[in-house]
Write a protein that binds this ligand. Structure first.
Ligand code: SF4
Length: 95
């Protein structure tokens, strides 16, 4: 049984026109809102609570912010102190 030429042409066409091995890349990781970088890209075993940029917003030490978000409108967004450190990590000085 002969196939319709249009169906045969569709079956023989490449699955994604214009796609090559170079154009298929992994999705870019994004910096979460309020953070200075992508969590987990900093020193191993360190978290935001060990970083100088991690600051409390009030005297109750409940809410924390990062002082180094790239975008100005993200400043003041609460972060988790337990997040793995990012590439902008700077060791907090202990007394
Ligand atoms: S490691 Fe430091 S600079 Fe990076 S997100 Fe945490 S507090 Fe901000």
């Amino acid at each position: 049984m002969a196939l319709d030429p249009r169906i045969e042409a569709a079956l023989n066409a490449p699955l994604r026109a214009g796609a090559s091995a170079d154009s298929i890349v992994a999705p870019r990781a994004r910096v979460p809102k309020g953070y200075g970088g992508i969590p987990g890209t900093g020193p191993i075993g360190k978290s935001c609570s060990d970083c100088r940029a991690c600051e409390p917003t009030g005297s109750d030490y409940r809410d924390w912010i990062c002082a180094r978000p790239r975008r100005a409108w993200e400043r003041g967004t609460f972060i988790s102190r337990h997040t793995k450190a990012c590439a902008s990590f700077e060791e907090r000085k202990r007394r």
